[in-house]
Design a protein around this ligand. Structure first.
Ligand SMILES: [Zn+2]
Length: 285
């Protein structure tokens, strides 16, 4: 990979930032140069899957229900593609759709609870060239994909006319990301590295706002139609979620838990760290 990038939102140059692995655009978009090492074949993972699954269950199910409710309101089409579907949680809740998922991690794809609907591979290579969907969902996935514009263009190609694209990405406007950024400037990098998922097999490549995303999506003829704020903190299951990264120090875990508990009541009043943006496919003029 080249060390210079253009911003997918404004086409500006992304320049080195204070941390060696961060590039920043003048418009505010952030990109990491972290290595991606998704297992192509099954092997032991750094994340304790069971702890992560248990810890996220109630928060995840509630946010997925919100995404699906919004989709019902935007289209009568029922063919849904979940890109980077993981173990198939959204698929399991999307019973009213003819849903399929794509998952690049071999461990996860093989273990998927909805394995009949899950293909092992990458988007869009795991699809036939002429496959079309009424809905394509990137649920905490687009921020992991280096060539974002290519993924958006492929989404446009694989959507039916009037199809709906759903992008749920972490926002750099969010409270947790802002606090972590301040702590990083003060020399405390752990929370910032945690949000970027440094050291995990598929770290974050992008940190953007919903507005940044929409500017990138418009280049692929995808027009924003809705934003839905999602929850990022839930006191239930928080501890097991924090502890699911096995190598993390106990002190950092305690600090993260304490901050999340204290911030929880305020977080609802401030910009969320997770906003889902819904787009409608526009046909080229
Ligand atoms: Zn930019």
């Amino acid at each position: 990979m080249s060390d210079t990038y253009d911003c997918p939102s404004c086409d500006g140059p992304m320049r080195p930032a204070r941390l060696s692995w961060v590039r920043a655009c003048g418009c505010g978009v952030l990109r990491s140069t972290l290595d991606i090492a998704i297992p192509a074949k099954p092997r032991a993972s750094a994340i304790d899957e069971q702890a992560r699954v248990d810890g996220l269950a109630s928060l995840r199910d509630r946010n997925n229900a919100r995404l699906l409710d919004t989709i019902y309101g935007l289209t009568a089409g029922r063919r849904l593609l979940d890109v980077g579907c993981g173990p198939g949680f959204l698929l399991a809740q999307a019973g009213a759709f003819q849903a399929v998922g794509i998952e690049p991690d071999a461990n996860v794809a093989l273990a998927a609870t909805t394995s009949a609907k899950v293909r092992h591979g990458y988007f869009p290579d795991a699809l036939a060239p002429d496959e079309r969907f009424d809905v394509i969902v990137f649920n905490d996935v687009l921020e992991h994909i280096p060539d974002m514009l290519q993924a958006l263009a492929a989404s446009h190609r694989h959507l039916s006319d009037d199809g709906v694209l759903v992008l749920n990405c972490p926002s750099r406007n969010g409270l947790f990301f802002r606090v972590a950024s301040i702590l990083e400037r003060l020399g405390m990098r752990a929370a910032y590295e945690r949000l970027w998922q440094v050291g995990l097999p598929s770290p974050h490549i992008w940190y953007m706002t919903p507005r940044d995303l929409t500017r990138a999506a418009e280049k692929a003829n995808l027009a924003e139609v809705r934003q839905v704020r999602l929850d990022t903190t839930d006191t239930r299951g928080l501890w097991s979620r924090i502890r699911s990264v096995r190598d993390e120090g106990l002190l950092l875990s305690v600090a993260a838990y304490g901050f999340a508990r204290i911030a929880h009541p305020f977080a609802k009043m401030l910009p969320s760290d997770a906003v889902a943006v819904f787009y409608r496919k526009q046909l080229a003029a």
